[in-house]
Design a binder for this molecule. Structure first.
Ligand SMILES: Cc1ncc(COP(=O)(O)O)c(C=O)c1O
Length: 378
């Protein structure tokens, strides 16, 4: 099978991930932080070691690097924890539903004002000046932006936005960029950076990370046991316990640690260069196909390893099913959980066909896709 759905999740996982997951299950499966026996201590060590590896890769302080079930969970924790009645939040039209749905819920249920900045066509990427302009129109509690569109791969210059709108906190959904774009949280000026563990970081499903700047504090979305301060019916105030209630996904976190070790060794810069070259090859090949239109794309834009397109008179869903059935090529058709982005990019409600490459994708994989598209549509 040729797997080109890295925008959804990475496959195959980084070498060493499944061994680390199995090792945790078979030899380390105590409940971390709960009790003092050998397995508990081994589990705590495995988790803290993974945390340190993830923090190292993201250039963050391990004490403010929290591990949980995914980017969605951390985005909800931040948005629902920070925004209340009368607050104003500025965002982009390229957001995934893991930002848009909590924002629309907060708007309807808590009276939060949601301001969506529509970036110019064809990319829909808002400029830092446009975000600053929106922020300056009325007191704003928070800016939340995707680091890169999960539909088109277009990158928003979030660090420049943070510099321009300071001291207003900027929260970034890095689900599409963590592990795929070189990044150091400590130098970013962001209040929080959220990413999936199972996409660019190459780890198992059910893992995600949030990194918090000093002074940007959160209330937990879920409360429960932490193994610490068990005499109290209130949550402990120290991190990570405050934000990591319940038994953690130890196998997933151990796998994530192994994935980040592999990535650090290969380097995020090398992965970025590899994915850039593959996307360039894909663009060159697909642009030659009559009736094929790249979505939200312009020559020279900064982009991740994701690319979307439509083809005249071809239904994206049917084409994806044909590619899977006839050529063994896995990619995703539809709205990719980002209806706002498709509205902005002119592909709502039918959506696009999305290609997502990863560190283990090859030039042959891209050539097989282009050949299949030429055979079917050329
Ligand atoms: C831009 C973006 N944000 C958030 C998410 C949600 O990530 P997770 O699966 O880790 O909850 C995704 C996943 O598709 C995404 O592409």
């Amino acid at each position: 099978m040729i797997y080109l759905d890295h925008g959804a999740t990475s496959f195959p996982k980084a070498p060493g991930v499944s061994a680390a997951v199995a090792l945790y299950i078979d030899e380390t499966s105590g409940n971390p932080g709960r009790g003092g026996h050998q397995l508990t201590i081994a589990a705590s060590r495995a988790i803290e070691s993974a945390r340190a590896t993830v923090a190292d890769l993201l250039g963050s302080d391990p004490e403010r690097t929290l591990l949980g079930p995914g980017a969605t969970f951390w985005l909800n924790t931040i948005l629902c924890g920070r925004l209340g009645p009368g607050d104003r939040v500025v965002t982009s039209a390229l957001e995934h539903n893991s930002v848009m749905r909590p924002l629309r819920w907060l708007e309807a249920q808590r009276g939060v004002e949601v301001v969506v900045v529509e970036g110019a066509a064809p990319t829909g990427v808002p400029t830092p000046a446009e975000i600053l302009d929106a922020v300056n129109q009325s007191p704003t509690a928070l800016v939340v932006l995707t680091h890169a569109s999960n539909v088109s791969g277009a990158v928003i210059p979030v660090e420049e936005v943070a510099r321009r709108v300071a001291p207003i906190p900027v929260v970034v959904d890095g689900a599409q960029t963590g592990g795929a774009l070189p990044f150091a949280f400590s130098r970013s000026g962001l209040a929080a950076f959220v990413c999936s563990g199972h996409k660019g970081l190459q780890g198992p499903s059910g893992t995600g990370v949030v990194v918090l700047a000093e002074g940007f504090d959160l209330q937990p979305l879920v409360r429960g046991g932490t193994g610490s301060n068990s005499e109290s019916e209130d949550m402990p105030v120290m991190l990570p316990d405050l934000l990591e209630a319940g038994t953690p996904n130890g196998p997933g976190i151990a796998g994530l640690g192994a994935a980040c070790t592999w990535l650090a060794d290969r380097t995020v810069e090398a992965v970025q260069n590899h994915e850039r070259a593959l996307i360039k090859r894909c663009i060159t090949g697909t642009l030659a196909i009559p009736g094929l239109h790249l979505t939200g794309w312009v020559e020279g834009m900064e982009q991740t390893g994701v690319l979307s397109f439509t083809i005249d008179r071809e239904d994206a869903g049917e084409l994806a099913a044909w590619l899977d059935r006839e050529r063994g090529i896995a990619l995703r058709a539809g709205l990719h959980c980002a209806p706002a982005a498709h509205r902005r990019l002119g592909t709502f409600p039918t959506g696009t066909l999305r290609v997502g490459v990863g560190p283990q994708t090859t030039e042959d994989d891209i050539d097989a896709l282009v050949t299949a598209l030429v055979d079917r549509c050329g």
